[in-house]
Design a protein around this ligand. Sequence first.
Ligand code: NAD
Length: 252
Amino acid sequence: MNLEGKLALVTGGGRGIGAAIARRLAGDGARVIVTGRDEAAIAAIATELGGVALRADLTDRAATDRLVAQVRAVGRVDVLVNNAGIAESASLERTDDAMWDRILELDATAPFRLIRALVPAMVEAGWGRVVNLASNAGVSGYGYTAAYCAAKHAMVGMTRALAIDLARTGVTINAVCPGWVETDMARAAVARIQAKTGRNEDDARAALVSMSPQRRMVQPDEVAHLVAMLCDDRARSIHGQAMLIDGGQVLK
Ligand code: NAD
């Protein structure tokens, strides 16, 4: 993909899928701003890529507004990748207001606020790419994940609605919907299964892996490849889609 001359902002870029996306976009020629909560992690990636690290907790709206000002001082963002997210699971009774708010704020509201702040300049320039890291939980339901599924469905719904608004601007917006990806998030899910069921690590991991017909986890660089593909100029007709990358777990 050719992203020479483009400025990309990747949220949650210090590790996992976000770090893979930052590396891939930089490899394709973009200058990358990496943001996240972990100062040392984002600084390491930014240094490696010759990019910029800007720390922000995206559940803090004032901090997000400060981040937007800092980003604008670096330049006009051409590619926005809303990747930062949290996943927590709980029964209905144990999904308290704090958990609901925490997940909705980071996984749905923060991406919306960044899009609202940064997309108008893309529209003015006549070119832009927004990629939202949703999940197959954004197009399907899973047990004990009401808040996460609600947030990821919100992300997909927002993507589809804004695709209409942006259709004639040169800006595309899409959602990427992975199944289980081999990152800290999946490792935390394995640990939760172990704690709740007493299974050993291999059996707990097998329970997640067995959800995919391919019987494997997606690797972060596979997701990064899809994101880079969506950012390429030749992907200009791919718009408003929720693209599953889950080994066929959800077949629609
Ligand atoms: P991860 O937990 O490894 O990384 C999440 C990133 O988000 C980290 O860099 C973290 O610092 C950042 N982050 C968390 N809270 C933040 C906050 N308040 N402010 C700013 N940054 C914050 O997760 P991952 O697996 O790399 O997931 C990346 C995205 O992909 C998430 O949106 C997740 O929901 C989605 N996803 C992951 C999987 C999976 O199996 N790993 C599957 C489907 C979708």
